[in-house]
Write a protein of this length. Structure first.
Lengths: 794, 191
């Protein structure tokens, strides 16, 4: 089999021969208002490495362009980023207008300087995201080197950044920090991939603007901004999926006006049924997902307004055989004595299943004060609901076993002081009120209690260029969190944890087997970061040091009880202290000619790292359950992300990537669970001279076996009265996954363009299990899947 | 001119600081002080009572775990001893004693008989345990059973209730489903 792939690689390699790309584009970047030339504007041929700067008179020239459609991305430090589609068929000379003074900066542009988007290795652009639109958000993010996804089955996935996930990753969507139940493993960010325009992973000084607790990093999804032209964009993507017989329809409507008004509508609907491993259907693995969002705004020279409303809803089926009763069931499953139920195809979503929804409403205003700076104020409201349906006794299947509602109000204000172009100074404050309500109608004790919290935060960010090549940025941040819960503890638990003595002041009332308590905590946290970046002609080096403190989340504090879907008793700890993380990271980028190299090593030391670890076994009438407790230890995360890409000629490109993370519990001298194994990616991309608009991409992903896993736990199995090893930490073998796509853009005849894309996943249809999938004990991963995508742009 | 500019600047600074301040003072409607509702777990099984009757007398086995998934271990009691070479009629009763009055969960299991099955585990001193009741599809349910003792000695008897097993099946190892009950009793068989 491998020989065939090597053959295909070689075949594609020889197919690639030079095309004559001799056209040049001369242009001039001008201020739209007064026609003044804009110097140091960055002009990038979208999707390529071709990038130039405009000179003092606004002129630039790009050589060696091929015939056909290109898109120019023009950005300037004090203007926005604008896209200009161009048809290159002769040497072209054109003026490009940018709206100077009006704030339309992409959210992540601050470190952008001298033509190099320093985040290019840590972001996904519109084109890539469109291609990935049929994937869930976390799986799409895995295209960024260093990001993997932690899954519960095939549909629920959360991003894992260099080994960090959950509360250690901040997701900022349209300027709004997503407030959801990220503390749970079986929780996915409530974002439809097709609604995202650009996403970047931010670390270092900039990251503190968005939050002081992002040990892993901040994912920033670009906000909608106006483009100050009268135009209407309508695009639609229709996708059919062979495995699971899924279909997806995404529409994006965008209306812009010259006066700075914009509005839009994004719709996404997806439905799929049971997916199949190479050999059999996995029972109850379908999904249904809906996402709607409406941006609206008006930007004037000195003031502006942005609003955004979005609603996301998903109904995820959970593999039926993963629903287990107790430890013996789990041991049985892990030892494979109970085979996976082979069923037929169905679109039905039965219990166990998860229903989630997320509403975001945002209103943001800005006011610019000439010669002083710009003031931003934003209010946002979010509501996240999650219902988990289990298989229950006595006609209770229609009643969710978990029914949570999390509401958040947030207000943030920041001021961007007007400075010289080479400097920046920004400060801001924010406050947040959060209310969590677990619905008692479930008839099941709450795993996470009722709570409300208030938090305040303040940051200061500054940067300065010491020389033309050397820039420093720094930030400071402080946050204060107060959390008050109303929680019923099992009286026996309250006493066995010693809380009746240690936290006697939280006692409220006694209800025989349960007691009502009102735990209340406050956590002041501090963060500081320093980033330096140095650029020479062919390389850039960025270095970051970051110190952040993270207050415990509600799960880490208050979990208490049987977590049904995981068949384990989970216990938080009221005496949890904040965790303190030091992160050192370096990004080295080297570009020479058509070669691009990226090396990014990192080192984290985390004191009082909060982690859920197995500590023992408890017996109930249902049998034995492993007990997992949130504990604190010291942790070390060390690793590197690398990428090497080579544009061999205008038609052939190869990309190789490698990511390594090594994590260690320094107190117990043991590895941690859920750490991504080493993986390497190899990709070739071929365009064809003979068939304009056709491109083929083939990607191989080799995932090593995770050799560093925590020890398995030895438990007494009451069923056969013996001691058994619960092989819960064993890692599955290594595997090589082949994926790829072929895309064809139909020749453009009018303003409407058509594109067709055939995407293949697990092309060699291998049987494998993914260490980062919590359901790996129960099932193999999905077999071959072919997506057919039809893209229309009006 | 200069004064105007200073005034403007002052005004700007004032607006900025007022905005910053309002962010900090932003306090949402304070949560009302009503305590959350106490959840009585209605489907919790706290007690398994197995009654074994024969002409030779009665033996009652019980396992009670009143704190459910709390840290306390189930309290197991065996009242009486089994007689050798005797056939017993057994009945299993499931109770939720965390609520008062206590609830008989056996009724719900019987209502969903097709979705449930009891499995038994025993050693050679017990000759056999066999379900005597069936669901609508004529598959064993196992709330009622027959137990036949052999020679004297001590024995472990295990009772497992599975929810949604494959029915019919060839035994617990292939039945699948989710365990609702798993209890083991140490009994003695006497002359």
């Amino acid at each position: 089999m491998k020989h065939i792939f090597v053959g295909i690689f070689l075949f594609l390699f020889f197919l690639s021969h030079g095309q004559d790309c001799h056209f040049s584009l001369k242009g001039r970047v001008l201020d739209q208002h007064n026609g003044q030339p804009l110097s140091k504007a960055v002009i990038n041929v979208y999707g390529t490495n071709k990038e130039v700067l405009s000179d003092l008179n606004g002129y630039f020239i790009i050589n060696s362009l091929c015939k056909g459609f290109i898109e120019l991305e023009i950005s300037h430090i004090s203007c926005g980023t604008k896209f200009y589609p161009l048809n290159i068929f002769e040497n072209t000379d054109q003026a490009f207008l940018l709206e100077h003074h009006i704030e339309a900066l992409n959210e992540v542009a601050v470190l952008q300087r001298k033509g190099a988007d320093l985040n290019q290795n840590k972001s996904l652009n519109t084109e890539t995201l469109a291609q990935l639109s049929s994937l869930n958000f976390a799986d799409a993010l895995t295209q960024i080197q260093g990001i993997t996804s932690l899954k519960t089955g095939g549909t629920i996935a959360k991003p894992l950044i260099q080994g960090f996930y959950g509360s250690r990753v901040i997701t900022r969507n349209q300027g709004v920090r997503m407030q959801d139940m990220e503390w749970g493993d079986e929780h996915a960010p409530n974002i439809a991939t097709s609604s995202v325009n650009k996403v970047s992973l931010i670390t270092g000084a900039q990251a503190l603007k968005y939050g002081g607790d992002a040990v892993g990093g901040v994912l920033v999804l670009d906000s909608k901004k106006p483009n100050f032209t009268n135009n209407t964009n309508l695009s639609a993507i229709f996708t059919g999926q062979s495995n699971g017989r899924g279909f997806q329809s995404s529409q994006n409507f965008d209306q812009n006006f010259k006066n700075g008004i914009y509005y839009g509508l994004q719709l996404d609907y997806k439905r799929a049924g049971n997916t199949k491993t190479p050999s059999l259907y996995m029972d109850n693995t379908g999904l249904e997902q809906l996402s709607v969002s409406v941006p609206f705004g008006w930007h004037k020279e000195n003031w502006g307004i942005d609003s955004y409303v979005s609603y996301f809803r998903a109904n995820n089926a959970i593999l039926s055989s993963s629903h287990i009763g107790n430890l013996s069931d789990l041991i049985g499953q892990i030892n494979q004595t109970i085979p996976l139920k082979d069923t037929s195809f169905s679109y039905d979503i039965n219990n166990p299943k998860q229903e989630v929804s997320h509403f975001i409403g945002k209103l943001a205003l800005y006011r610019r004060f000439s010669d002083i700076g710009k003031l931003d104020i934003q209010y946002d409201y979010q509501q996240n609901n999650r219902k988990e349906y289990d298989i229950r006794l006595g006609n209770r299947n229609q009643i969710p076993g978990t029914d949570l509602k999390l509401e958040t109000h947030a207000l943030q204000t920041s001021f961007n002081v007007q400075t010289a172009q080479s400097k920046a100074l920004e400060f801001g404050v924010e406050s947040k009120y959060q209310l969590h309500f677990p619905n008692p109608d479930t008839g099941v004790r709450r795993l996470i209690p009722d709570y409300h919290s208030i938090s305040f935060g303040a940051f200061l960010y500054g940067k300065t260029s010491l020389t033309d090549n050397f820039m420093l940025s720094a930030s400071l941040r402080t946050d204060y969190l107060e959390i008050k819960a109303d929680k019923y503890y099992k009286k026996s638990r309250w006493e066995s944890m010693g809380y009746n003595i240690q936290y006697a002041q939280f006692f409220v009332a006694d209800f025989e087997s349960q007691i009502l308590t009102a735990p209340s905590f406050s956590f002041p946290t501090y963060a500081a970061a320093l980033s330096a970046d140095y650029k020479k002609d062919s390389y850039t080096i960025q270095g970051h040091y970051q110190y952040v403190e993270r207050a415990p989340n509600p799960a880490e504090l208050f979990s208490e009880g049987l977590h049904h879907s995981a068949a384990r008793i989970e216990l938080g700890a009221l005496d949890m202290d904040k965790e303190k993380a030091h992160k050192w990271s370096l990004q080295y980028e080297y570009t020479k000619g058509s070669t691009h190299l990226y090396i990014a090593p990192f080192f984290n030391f985390i004191q009082d790292y909060m982690v859920l670890l197995p500590t023992g076994v408890e017996f109930t009438i249902r049998g034995a359950f492993p007990v997992w407790e949130y504990t604190q230890t010291n942790a070390q995360f060390i690793g590197v992300d690398t990428k090497l890409s080579q544009q061999w000629n205008t038609h052939f490109k190869s990309i190789h990537g490698l990511s390594i993370v090594k994590a260690k519990d320094l107190i117990n001298n043991s590895p941690f669970p859920n750490i991504p194994p080493i993986s390497s990616q190899h990709e070739i991309e071929k365009k064809f001279k003979a068939v304009q608009g056709l491109s083929i991409n083939l990607k191989g992903n080799y995932v090593f076996r995770q050799n560093e896993t925590p020890e398995n736990i030895s438990v007494f199995n009451p069923y056969d009265q013996s001691q058994s090893i619960l092989r819960i930490n064993d890692s599955p073998p290594d595997y090589f996954l082949l994926s790829g796509f072929a895309a064809y853009a139909f020749p453009k005849k009018s303003s409407t363009s058509y594109k067709i894309r055939l995407i293949g996943e697990n092309l060699s249809n291998i049987n494998y299990r993914n260490y980062l999938n919590r359901l790996r004990y129960f099932s193999e991963e999905m077999g071959v899947n072919i997506n057919l995508q039809f893209i229309i742009n009006f | 001119m200069k004064t105007i500019k200073i005034t403007l600047t002052m005004k700007t600074i004032k607006i900025t600081f007022l905005s910053l301040l309002s962010s900090l003072l932003f306090i949402s409607c304070e949560k009302d002080d009503k305590s959350p509702e106490l959840i009585q777990e209605e489907e919790l099984i706290t007690s398994v009572i197995v009654t074994l009757n024969s002409s030779e007398g009665q033996v009652v086995l019980s396992s009670k775990d009143l704190d459910g998934d709390g840290p306390n271990v189930p309290v197991i009691s065996v009242v009486g001893a089994l007689k050798q070479n005797t056939i017993y009629n057994g009945t299993i009763q499931l109770l939720n004693e965390s609520v008062s009055p206590s609830e008989d969960i056996t009724i719900e299991v019987k209502e969903e008989a097709e979705e449930h099955q009891f499995f038994y585990d025993f050693n050679t001193i017990i000759k056999r345990i066999e379900a005597t009741d069936v669901d609508k599809n004529n598959n064993p349910l196992g709330i009622q059973f027959e137990l036949e003792t052999g020679a004297i000695g001590s024995a472990n008897i295990g009772f497992t209730l599975r929810h949604l097993p494959t029915k019919p099946n060839t035994g617990i190892t292939t039945a699948g489903g989710e365990t609702d009950i798993a209890v083991t009793f140490e009994v003695s068989v006497v002359e």
